[in-house]
Structures are given as structure tokens and as C-alpha cells.
Design a protein around this ligand. Structure first.
Ligand code: TXA
Ligand code: MG
Length: 322
């Protein structure tokens, strides 16, 4: 199959109406989209990504009204989150209506829904008569794509079209919030920080599944997002540098180059030390380092605040456990 890269929304709409897959841009990462109401379209997502069927999919809609058409109720805190952060990197787990097929939720009673903040994808969603189910557009277990090029590298020849929306602005997956008797529970750290949630809806519980060492809730896998090159998440780079030959090490730095390794083997995510900017550049740096031929990639833990927590979460899953 030939994979086209372009911005032709008419062609994309036709493909999706014919139950084909299209990679779509969002503000977080690229998604691998299909008609969320059609079993045969949805099965292609799992097959193409090599994704296990017990891992449910997020359903993307263009508006809050569209959310109401696929869920049976919206708790007050969920509505507050939707009105405050949507379109944006927040996903809510809400009781599904029966039009949502079992394959979308892996048989669970709740469906994950989100309104992505990307103009091309929002206009696509508004023009369709059905919502789009879309996991991240990577082969299962590998680093999520934040550019059309990352998608092409992984899915070229496997899907007909990549909708080119440029580089993802936020660069880290959405925050997933569910509700236990109407009380909010965070199932995945992401683009909306815990601090932002506190400010909006008060206390939130953080589910155990966000801890890599505890048994995972659906999809919250301990090992995920991994480059092929072993990646080490560490507190002190210099002690690790001594364990490997200097030329074998690639380093992803937050704001400053490490002195012990040549600058050409390093990538700086945010010279000004801005966590949002670092999140925007993180996956692209991981993709780049993974194709540069190093034996190991080292990265220092980020400050555990704001989006830094979500970055540490992804890197803990992506890294060699030490
Ligand atoms: O930012 C994002 O959320 C991106 C873009 C494309 O929207 N999507 C994304 O999808 O990250 P994916 O499939 O890579 O991760 C979705 C996560 C999985 O861990 C899955 O287990 C969880 O959401 N999830 C989906 N539906 C669920 C449900 N009904 N109950 C619990 N967890 C669910
Ligand atoms: Mg994913």
C-alpha cells in the first residue's frame, strides 16, 4: 500500500467513511484513526499497530455536545474539566452508550473520550457523521510520534494516508481522568498537570496504575514508549558516563549540555529550562537519538512538577529498569 502524506481533508474523509485508517495530528501526539462505530475499521487499528485487544481506545469528538451523544452521563467535575481544558490534552472516562462497540473499550463500561486541540483534526471531526477512535500512531510499545515523519517511519506502507498537521505542539499524551462515585481519579499523567487539575476541581486521587511497579490497569503498561536503544533514566549522569565508552553514549539534556561527553552526542530540550518546551521536544529527541547509532541513551530525571511528572512517568516506562 502506498502511504500519502498531505492535507487533503476531502480524501481523508472518504477514506474514513470507507473504514480505512488515517494518521491524524493532535496537539499531543499523532493518532491512528478509524470510525469509532465500525468493528471492521477498528480491528484494522489493532492489527496495524500490533496492539493487544485488551488495551482500549480513546474516542475523539469535536465538541461537548458530541460527547453527550456517546456517553450516558457526565459528572459535574467532568463537565468542569471539559469546559476548562477542551479542546485540549484531557481524556475522560465516562459511561458509554451502546452505540460504542465493545472493541473500543475492551468490554469496559466506560469509554475514554477527548476533544483534541488541532485545527485540521477538529475540522475533520466536525465534517464526519461519526467519532474517531485513535490510539497513538506508533507500533505498539515504541515511542509515540509527534511529527508526520515519525508516523511515516513506523507505518509507511501500512496505512493509506497521513494527515500532515506539522509538529505536535504539546508533545506528550493527554491526561486521563476517570470518576469513582463522581470523584476524580487520574489514570494517566499527561499534558494537563496535577496542579492544573487541583486548581480546577480540587483534590484528585492518583490511581495506582500510574506507578510502574504495580499491576497495570488496562493499557497502563509498565514497559512502553521504548526506543530500541537501551534508555537509562538517572539522577546523576556523570556516574553512568563512566560505565560506558564515551563514544557510545547519547544524552538527552533538559537545559544544559553535560560536560563529560562531546556536545555532538547530546540534544538539549529547552535551553531556557522550560518544562513545556522540553515536553514538546522530548519524543522527537528520543526518535532522533534512537536512530543515531549509540549503544545507550542517558537522560536525567526531570523536576517532578507540572508536565515534568508526566515526562518522568513516560521515561520510567521507556527505560531499562535499574
Ligand atoms: O493524547 C492522547 O491521548 C493520544 C492522542 C492520539 O489522542 N492518544 C493516546 O492513545 O495516547 P493510546 O491508545 O496510545 O493511549 C490511550 C490510553 C491507554 O493506556 C488505554 O489503556 C487508556 O487510554 N484507555 C482507553 N480507553 C480506556 C477505558 N475505557 N478505560 C481505561 N483506560 C482506557
Ligand atoms: Mg500510545
Amino acid at each position: 500500500m502506498h502511504t500519502k502524506v498531505g492535507k487533503d481533508l476531502v480524501q481523508v474523509r472518504k477514506l474514513l467513511e470507507n473504514d480505512e485508517l488515517v494518521a491524524i495530528p493532535t496537539e499531543t501526539v499523532y493518532g491512528l484513526a478509524a470510525n469509532a462505530l465500525k468493528d471492521n475499521a477498528l480491528r484494522k487499528i489493532f492489527k496495524t499497530k500490533n496492539r493487544p485487544h485488551h488495551n482500549p481506545l480513546i474516542v475523539h469528538v469535536p465538541s461537548i455536545e458530541a460527547v453527550s451523544s456517546i456517553v450516558t452521563s457526565i459528572p459535574p467535575a467532568a463537565l468542569t474539566l471539559l469546559t476548562t481544558f477542551s479542546p485540549g490534552p484531557i481524556t475522560l472516562l465516562l459511561p458509554r452508550k451502546t452505540i460504542i462497540p465493545d472493541i473500543v473499550t475492551a468490554g469496559l463500561p466506560n469509554v475514554a473520550i477527548r476533544i483534541p486541540a488541532h485545527p485540521l483534526t477538529l475540522s475533520l471531526l466536525s465534517s464526519l457523521s461519526f467519532p474517531l477512535a485513535a490510539p497513538s500512531a506508533n507500533i505498539f510499545g515504541y515511542i509515540s510520534p509527534t511529527s508526520p515523519y515519525h508516523v511515516q517511519r513506523q507505518l509507511n506502507g501500512l496505512i493509506p494516508y497521513i494527515l500532515d498537521g506539522g509538529n505536535c505542539t504539546s508533545g506528550i499524551e493527554s491526561t486521563i481522568v476517570g470518576f469513582d462515585e463522581d470523584l476524580p481519579v487520574v489514570y494517566r499523567l499527561g499534558g494537563i498537570s496535577i496542579e492544573q487539575l487541583h486548581q480546577t476541581i480540587g483534590e484528585v486521587r492518583i490511581h495506582n496504575s500510574t506507578n510502574v511497579s504495580t499491576p497495570a490497569a488496562p493499557g497502563m503498561l509498565g514497559q512502553h514508549y521504548s526506543p530500541h536503544t537501551p534508555l537509562y533514566l538517572v539522577d546523576d549522569i556523570s556516574s553512568y558516563v563512566q560505565q560506558f565508552k564515551n563514544t557510545e553514549i547519547g544524552i538527552i539534556c533538559f537545559s544544559q549540555l553535560e560536560k563529560s561527553v562531546p556536545g555532538g552526542q547530546q540534544l538539549v530540550l529547552s535551553p531556557n529550562g522550560d518544562l513545556e518546551e522540553a515536553a514538546h521536544n522530548l519524543y522527537a529527541a528520543m526518535h532522533e537519538m534512537d536512530t543515531a547509532g549509540f549503544k545507550v541513551i542517558l537522560i536525567r530525571r526531570f523536576p517532578d512538577v507540572g508536565v515534568g511528572r508526566a515526562m518522568n512517568d513516560r521515561l520510567r516506562r521507556a527505560s531499562v529498569k535499574i
